[in-house]
Write a protein that binds this ligand. Structure first.
Ligand code: GLN
Length: 449
């Protein structure tokens, strides 16, 4: 039935860069046969799942929606892919994204523009717009995305679905094409909270192939506390979130309405201050671009990736290949990052941003001594029209204000549907928790759903 939906809707939505529906049907048949024989099957047996195209899949093209990797076929699987396969999931396709996950609308893809399933004249958000649109249009029940500064949560909000950015170090990044290595996390998209928690159960955990995964973590079942009473839990709402100048009044009303709903569920709700959050954008764009400039240095056209046709020397080959292979936004970030890291500017930008990050982390740490969950908006603006914001990158960056601080602080946050605008556009709300408290986030989210 999912293949039927894909055949019906994909032409309009353009969520996928690659579809493997024939293989998927074949795999489903094999699973049916195993069921008939009474064989033991994995926890995702027969479930189709879409994968953001910056997650490496062995033998299956992984492009990062970039001309640079248009024909790149990874010789290995990301750890998350191995885990899905071990549970008999069906990988049905690779989804569109902003090139190398840089953007908030999926319009920076070098391949195609994905449409919002609620209103196809609007963007699905980004950078994981393809994965969010695939789930939002019910072409798949589950998908994976990556989130460096909001790329799971903001598209989940724009497409009216659930998306989790786990604690940094909970999910292995092995095989995720790196953007900002100290910020990147892979996470699940789903139609509802329970499915989301179920998928996180499968992809979470320490990995010898990623030394930044947390060691010695106790295995948590994220579905275990779903349905339990949340009365007495403490919810904080930062006044900076509500006072933000750019916040759309409809979105503000929805967040406040959901806060009331939490009160009715018996939670203690309180306004407090997280002063640094209003200043996070500049440090985020410095740190993420600095890391990107270093990570993307590997794409030199020597051993793999796009290579320009005419060149006169090795240097010329590298320069031309990078000039032609990378899109505008990616080049902007590489230049920004290289500048911030260059001697003479390092202390003024990169070091200062790192100091800010430490201060921000401390503020979150303090807040979580008092609150179980911090509530807020995901995006200050509603899903916008395709093309509307392309010419103004700074305006696009400003709309990341509610998501980027979470990655800088390394804490987990879930985006879930919070309500609808008058026009019927989905509005997500964000539930932020302390590091490794995803179980608490899901418990509260389940009650709000
Ligand atoms: N919109 C943010 C950026 O462009 C976030 C991207 C992401 O999370 N991958 O940097």
């Amino acid at each position: 039935s999912y293949v039927d939906t894909i055949n019906k809707k994909e032409d309009k939505i353009d969520a996928f860069l690659l579809l493997k529906t024939d293989e998927a049907l074949q795999k489903a048949k094999e699973i049916d046969e195993k069921v008939a024989k009474g064989e033991k099957l994995g926890r995702l047996a027969g479930i189709p799942i879409a994968i953001k195209d910056n997650i490496c899949t062995h033998g299956v093209r992984t492009t990062c929606a970039s001309k640079m990797l248009e024909y790149f076929v990874p010789p290995y699987d990301a750890t998350v892919i191995k885990k899905l396969q071990a549970e008999d999931a069906i990988l049905i396709g690779k989804t569109n994204l902003d090139e190398f996950a840089m953007g908030s609308s999926t319009e920076n893809s070098a391949m195609k523009v994905t449409k919002n399933p609620i209103d196809i004249t609007r963007v699905p958000g980004g950078s994981s717009g393809g994965s969010a649109a695939a789930v939002g249009s019910e072409m798949v029940p589950l998908a994976l995305g990556s989130d460096t500064g909001g790329s799971i949560r903001q598209p989940a909000s724009f497409c009216g679905i659930v998306g989790m950015k786990p604690t940094y170090g909970l999910v292995s990044r092995f095989g995720l094409v790196a953007f900002g290595s100290s910020l990147d996390q892979i996470g699940p998209f789903s139609m509802n909270v329970e499915d989301n928690a179920y998928l996180l159960n499968i992809i979470a955990g320490e990995d010898d192939l990623d030394c930044t995964t947390k060691k010695g973590l106790e295995k948590v079942d994220y579905t275990k506390e779903l349905g339990q009473d949340i009365s007495g839990m403490k919810i904080g709402i930062p006044k900076e979130f509500i006072e933000e100048k750019g916040l759309d009044s409809e979105i503000k009303d929805i967040v406040l309405k959901d806060l009331e709903a939490l009160k009715e569920l018996g939670c203690e709700v309180e306004e407090f201050s997280l002063p640094s959050t209003k200043d996070g954008l500049a440090p985020y764009y410095i740190i993420s671009s600095a890391e990107a400039s270093s990570n993307l240095a590997r794409f030199n056209s020597v051993s793999y990736g796009y290579r320009a046709k005419d060149y006169t020397s090795v240097d010329d080959m590298i320069e031309k290949s990078r000039s032609e292979g990378f899109g505008k936004e990616v080049k902007r970030r590489i230049m920004l990052g290289t500048y911030a890291l260059s001697s003479g500017y390092y202390d003024a930008y990169y070091n200062k941003a790192q100091k800010f990050r430490t201060k921000l982390k401390d503020e979150f740490k303090e807040a979580f001594k008092k609150y179980d969950i911090i509530l807020g908006p995901v995006s200050p603006i509603l899903p916008f029209k395709i093309g509307e914001r392309c010419e103004d990158p700074t305006a696009m960056y400003l709309a990341d204000i509610y998501t980027i601080n979470i990655n800088l602080a390394t804490v987990p946050a879930l985006s879930m549907p919070g309500g609808k605008s008058k026009e019927g556009l989905p509005v997500g709300i964000q539930l932020i928790g302390d590091t490794f408290s995803e179980d608490k986030i899901y418990k509260v989210a389940y009650q709000l759903e």
